[in-house]
Design a protein around this ligand. Structure first.
Ligand code: SF4
Length: 372
């Protein structure tokens, strides 16, 4: 066969050659870090954390400017299983060794659905029973709003509540998350463990409702504690009784969402009773486990000052509440309700005024609590 004649190459100008070389070096550096151009940009933004670079903290574990006004939900150090297309052939407890690169969220408001939709129900159940596998919506690094210090946050899927202001309704369904083994999640967390310690941070597991997968949560916290990493759970507390006292010993801090005091209001707001949540808080108090109370302030819904006063009185009576966080309602999750086709009742609700936020904070402070 006749060979195609090679075309003579055009001489490359010196300036152009230099620029191309620089671009190639930049690209290969990104590839080595497993970063896309977008994530590299985020990591650069994180350099503002003074001392982090000097301390040898991984870029992705440095503080981000990223903040969330209302109740957050989830992220996790993790390694994930096959993408949805491969989920049909997924074998329980044998997730791939490498993390799923797409599991790290650019923002906690990323919409994710059906990541494990083809997983057989029996596999989901066996993962929940053993706790060797969990389901994660995503994970984020460098959070400064999900517990003390700088944190890696694992956002789990599955929640039995239906809060009207939930900004992550895509986390309600367990199957919207990736299946991730404890072993892979632990391996991923270990990459950040030193940095997290230097930054006085740790691992936070949020959701969704993490206690929907309490065995996985306890195993991951146990692994984190063995690395000396601080652990925090953000929970609505409804399934708190699933945790034994020994399980609770693996959790350094419970961020307890108290949505409303009045039973009727709570039910209207979340679809569930608040009795188990309040009881869980009392049990934590008896065990002297630390609590941060989180309260989402929504105009015309949770802004009754007497109701807030009752929550403040309850929180103060526990004696183990270190801090109260008043989270102003926002509309950043509205698009998810629309895309999921779920009726959204707060379409016209505005975020609370700063005067109202200050008033709510004042009520908690008036009860002798540290509130922000
Ligand atoms: S407890 Fe409420 S706010 Fe939290 S994930 Fe469930 S529905 Fe959303």
């Amino acid at each position: 066969m006749a060979k195609a004649k090679a075309r003579p190459r055009k001489p490359v100008k010196k300036g152009k050659k230099k620029a191309a070389k620089k671009k190639a070096a930049k690209t290969s550096k990104r590839a080595a870090l497993g970063k896309t151009a977008k994530t590299a940009k985020r990591a650069r933004a994180a350099k503002s954390a003074k001392g982090a670079k000097r301390a040898g903290v991984p870029k992705s574990a440095r503080p981000s400017k990223h903040t969330r006004a209302a109740e957050p939900k989830a992220a996790a150090p993790a390694a994930a299983t096959p993408p949805p297309s491969a989920a049909a052939s997924y074998k329980p407890l044998k997730a791939p060794k490498h993390p799923q690169p797409g599991l790290e969220a650019a923002s906690p408001f990323e919409m994710r659905v059906n990541l494990a939709k083809d997983l057989p129900e029996t596999d989901v159940q066996s993962a929940l029973d053993s706790g060797d596998m969990g389901f994660l919506h995503s994970f984020t690094t460098g959070s400064t709003v999900d517990g003390p210090g700088v944190r890696v946050v694992a956002w789990t899927t599955g929640c039995q509540w239906r809060c009207r202001y939930c900004h992550n309704p895509d986390t309600w369904t367990m199957r919207n998350g990736y299946p991730v083994s404890v072993a892979n999640a632990t391996a991923e967390l270990s990459k950040y463990s030193q940095g997290l310690k230097v930054m006085s941070g740790g691992l936070t597991i949020s959701g969704g409702e993490p206690l929907m997968q309490h065995r996985f949560v306890v195993k991951l916290f146990d692994a984190a504690k063995k690395m000396g990493v601080h652990t925090t759970i953000e929970t609505n507390g409804f399934l708190g009784e699933r945790l034994s006292d020994d399980d609770l010993a693996t959790i350094d801090l419970v961020m307890l969402g108290v949505k409303a005091w009045g039973g009727e209001l709570h039910k209207e707001l979340t679809g569930r009773d608040n009795g188990p949540t309040l009881e869980f808080g009392r049990r934590l108090a008896k065990l002297k486990r630390k609590i941060w109370v989180r309260f989402v302030l929504v105009p015309n819904l949770t802004d009754d000052l007497d109701d807030i006063g009752n929550i403040a009185e309850y929180a103060a009576s526990l004696g183990n509440v270190e801090r109260v966080e008043v989270l102003p309602f926002h509309q950043m999750g509205r698009f998810k309700w629309k895309q999921l086709g779920i009726p959204y009742h707060l379409e016209k609700t505005e975020p609370p005024s700063s005067a109202l936020v200050d008033k709510a904070i004042g009520i908690f402070r008036g009860a002798g609590l540290e509130a922000h």
